[in-house]
Design a protein around this ligand. Structure first.
Ligand SMILES: O=C(CO)[C@H](O)[C@H](O)COP(=O)(O)O
Ligand SMILES: [Fe+2]
Length: 235
């Protein structure tokens, strides 16, 4: 099944993408269905290789299986060393957006080109210790920039508010860029992320472990929509 929503990026509108990292991974298809039915715009799938980060999750065979059960937009958060070697596999598995880390390759430009040639949209991510200007040379060539708000590797960590200046710096320079935040984002931290200018919101634990995921997704969306409206009025 080909992924739907292939053209989802580019409009800088609010998009909420639950991370399935802390979901019931033994029931991935039903978790995906549950989250999309609760109003998610896309699914954020965390791929960890045990090298780039000290944890492991899954690779393209699992993504390919999930694609048989879901036509959601798949945002692949590639926490892997040497992301180039995963491009074809993820494309064939039905991934829509391939987001790799600038720290993970010596050839960021080449990796961006290869992802595009493979027919996927491309995002670049940066870890908390990486300064934001490292991504500036690539922003014009990508569909999305991911600002990590926790040290990558595990779900359920505390949101790092001191990453917001990176989001603000990107938003100040690029008004219509899709900017994603990931890590510790939920109803208690969304205000900071939304006001800084993030429009793609990854939320794992806060959504997946909630008794009412629909309500949490609605709250996150409300805050981001409000901040976007405010920013548009101020322009
Ligand atoms: O990339 C990640 C961790 O490296 C996850 O996407 C992120 O942690 C989401 O989970 P939570 O909202 O629970 O922090
Ligand atoms: Fe992630």
């Amino acid at each position: 099944m080909a992924g739907a929503g292939g053209g989802m990026l580019g409009s800088c509108s609010c998009k909420i993408g639950p991370s399935i990292l802390n979901a019931d991974l033994s029931n991935l298809a039903s978790e995906a269905r549950r989250l999309m039915d609760c109003g998610a715009d896309y699914l954020h799938l965390d791929v960890m290789d045990g090298h780039f980060v000290p944890n492991m999750t899954f690779g393209h065979p699992v993504v390919k299986s999930l694609r048989q059960h879901s036509d959601a937009f798949f945002d692949m958060h590639m926490m892997v060393a040497g992301p180039e070697q995963w491009i074809e596999g993820m494309r064939d598995a039905g991934a829509n957006l391939f987001t790799f880390h600038v720290e993970a390759t010596d050839d960021v430009k080449g990796c961006i080109r290869k992802v595009k040639e493979a027919g996927m949209q491309v995002g670049i991510g940066l870890k908390p210790k990486t300064p934001v200007d490292v991504v500036f040379p690539y922003v014009e060539d990508v569909d999305m920039v991911l600002v990590m708000t926790v040290e990558p590797g595990f779900g359920g960590q505390k949101f790092m508010a001191d990453m917001m200046p990176k989001v603000q710096a990107l938003r100040a320079k690029y008004k219509s860029l899709d900017i994603e935040v990931d890590g510790g984002v939920g109803p208690s931290t969304i205000d900071l992320a939304a006001e800084a200018g993030a429009n793609m919101i990854v939320s794992g634990t806060a959504v997946v472990r909630s008794d009412n995921p629909r309500e949490v997704i609605g709250q996150l969306r409300g805050k981001v929509d409000e901040a976007i409206q405010k920013a548009n009025l101020e322009r």
